[in-house]
Design a protein around this ligand. Structure first.
Ligand code: G1P
Length: 292
């Protein structure tokens, strides 16, 4: 089986659910404790062993490129002042030169279209997709869990969670045929069905390992739900060509694309961080006491 080396980060979205915060700052650059949301996704991909990072951006997103570049002036200043801890933090997430590629999605035509915009760089290889809004806290990086499952079953493997029935209209939903509690095979997929139309409550979240067949399907994919070209539809179109599995990964997912999910992620990661844990815990206790 061909090794998965490349990961696509669709980051062209306007962040309409987190306005006005995302008006002048890309939503992917909003910080969770001490680093921007996008950095968590890139770190996850690197920890999973992926080597080529393809960003599908749009207008107003250049801060993302700057973030992963060297900051020569800042680094020289920190060095001169002997601020070695800060210097290490600034350098921490700089993937090797030449491993990052930026391309633009010129119009917001949907997630499937965004992924298709990366085709010249992905070429005819299996590849990963990570939606940075979905911040995943896991001991083993979620993408690594997916790659391991992919090595077992091949084809398309996506991260899934069970959601309450009344939330199916927010996700791509699996039409499940077999389920061993870890991997679920599906015979179809529906993008954002109403609860009464949903074939299950098993929902795709933003981590995918995809067969090259998906990129080929995107070549001719028509607009679907919401008038947008959906990645879910391209996946569904390949289901009779390559195996499809949803993986119930070990870990916790936070939706940083909406305000409540973003706050929750911030609290959890502040509790995880030794620098902020104690103060956060004390503040949370105080606030809860005031609520009661
Ligand atoms: C996208 C996908 C959807 C998936 C979701 C996961 O939707 O289209 O299938 O379930 O990401 O976060 P979006 O949240 O971009 O509307």
């Amino acid at each position: 089986m061909q090794r998965v080396r490349k990961v696509v980060f669709p980051v062209a979205g306007l962040g309409t659910r987190v306005l006005p915060a995302a008006k002048a700052v890309p939503k992917e650059m909003l910080p969770v404790v001490d680093r921007p949301v996008i950095e968590y996704a890139v770190e996850e991909a690197r920890a999973a062993g992926l080597e080529a990072f393809i960003f599908v951006t749009g207008r107003g997103k250049s801060a993302i490129e700057d973030h992963f570049d060297r900051a020569a002036e800042l680094e020289a200043l920190l060095e001169a002042k002997g601020k070695s801890k800060e210097l290490a933090e600034v350098r921490r997430c700089q993937p090797p030169a030449g491993s990052l590629v930026y391309t633009r999605q010129p119009q917001p035509l949907g997630l499937g279209h965004a992924v298709w915009c990366a085709r010249a760089f992905v070429q005819d290889e299996p590849f990963a997709v990570a939606l940075p809004d979905d911040l995943i806290r896991a001991e083993t990086p979620c993408l690594k869990q997916l790659l391991d499952a992919h090595a077992e079953v091949g084809g398309n493997v996506v991260a899934v969670i069970d959601v309450p029935k009344d939330q199916t209209a927010r996700y791509g939903i699996l039409d499940v045929t077999a389920d061993d509690g870890r991997l679920a095979a599906a015979q179809g997929l529906v993008e954002k069905p109403a609860p009464e139309d949903a074939p299950s409550t098993l929902s795709i979240i933003g981590r995918y390992i995809l067969d090259p067949a998906v990129m080929r399907a995107l070549d001719t994919q028509q607009a679907g739900h919401g008038g947008e070209i959906q990645l879910t539809d391209a996946l569904a179109a390949t289901i009779h060509e390559v195996p499809f599995h949803g993986l119930r990964f070990q870990g916790e997912r936070f939706d940083c694309g909406n305000k409540a999910g973003y706050v929750e992620a911030t609290l959890q990661f502040a509790l995880d961080n030794p620098e902020t844990a104690e103060a956060t815990r004390a503040a949370m206790r105080r606030m809860i006491a005031l609520e009661d």
